[in-house]
Design a protein around this ligand. Sequence first.
Ligand SMILES: *Cc1c(COP(=O)(O)O)cnc(C)c1O
Length: 438
Amino acid sequence: MRTAAQTDLIPMPDLSRVSDDSAPPDEAQPTAPAFPSTDVDEARARDWDASHVMKTYARQNVTFVRGSGPRLWDAGGREYLDFLAGIAVCGVGHCHPRLVAAIQEQAARLMHVSNLFLTEGQARLANRLTALSDMDRVFFTNSGAEANEAALKLARKRGRQVGGENKVGIVSALGSFHGRTIATITATGQPKYQKDFAPLPGGFSYVPFNDEDALRQAVNHDTAAVLLEPILGEGGIRPATPSFLQTARELCDRHGALLIFDEVQTGMGRTGDMWAWQRYNVRPDVLTSAKGLGGGFPIGACLARGTCAETLVPGDHGSTFAANPLAAAAANAVLDILEDEKLAQNAQTVGAHLTSRLDDLRARFPQTVGGVRGLGLMLGLELLRPVAKQVLTHCLQNGLIVNAVGDDTIRLLPPLVITRQDADAAVAILGKAIAATA
Ligand SMILES: *Cc1c(COP(=O)(O)O)cnc(C)c1O
């Protein structure tokens, strides 16, 4: 049997400075790692991982040990600019002092009591989140997939109530991504996530993204809900056309179906407003959130408005961990930071700056760089040659973390706290990486 000796543990970084409320926000960008590389035996960790963690992830060859703002440090002490933010999770940046302090304080007070009991932080979070999203009620979860599960259960029960036994159909988009549970891979319109896991639940159908005619064909009186991402995230940063979302809204109204927006990736300020639906001005009945909601602490939410928010009653659904005092404290701190630092606004202004710098790359490399897709700080750089993996690797070796979707898209999801200078620094590294593929 293997035991974790005390010496195996990574030492805590010095957090004394986080309690210093007088420190300006820029203080959160140190230039040296808090502990030396020798504290982490990277080779041994890689061996344990390879031997004992199920092989579901193709990991990059780097081990991070510390983060601050938009920066990360690896076990060798190298600094990186993080333009992925843990896949749109660390919107407020790594280890934001206010988030760290909120979690530390709550951890020392009370972490968990179960949802059999009321806790103040969860109620406060519910009040704030519903107000921020124009919704009436929330069901809390621990992840994005679970938030979508809750939305699907709500839609099916409500469909039956208003339209009888057959009103259980779920229409979603090809190329979408809604999570990894059996129901959410079924809603996910990509066979690669579904293969090997049949039989899948019935009642799901798919339309090509942005195809309004296909949507008109697919939605009928047996439709319980239309489930859409306003911008396909895992599907390569592909924004919906305004008329596609408007058509979805009209069809749902006409057929008494719910419009569910999966804003797990697009929400929490990412696109330049709190939610992408606000940028499109198309209001869903049900809204799901996760990723950025806890700033790195796992928490998700399924929000609903109007009578459908009354659908789920005692016994219908539940979660042991969801929005426990610790998770709620993290999410409340994230909302404080988003509001006080106007991060959605920053996503809009720095996002516009980053977009124009990325457009310059197209002018510099017309053979390799196509267009820029996305909104705010959710951007996809289209490549005209299948070199996305090469570009990603080159960026990583030069201190920039990005993500590749397929062979031809570089996905950028930086923390919402980045400055124009951070954007310029990232584009400079991207430019070198693209030049190196020629
Ligand atoms: C990441 C993601 C999910 C799944 O979230 P998990 O927390 O991994 O379960 C669902 N929908 C969208 C749009 C996502 O980007």
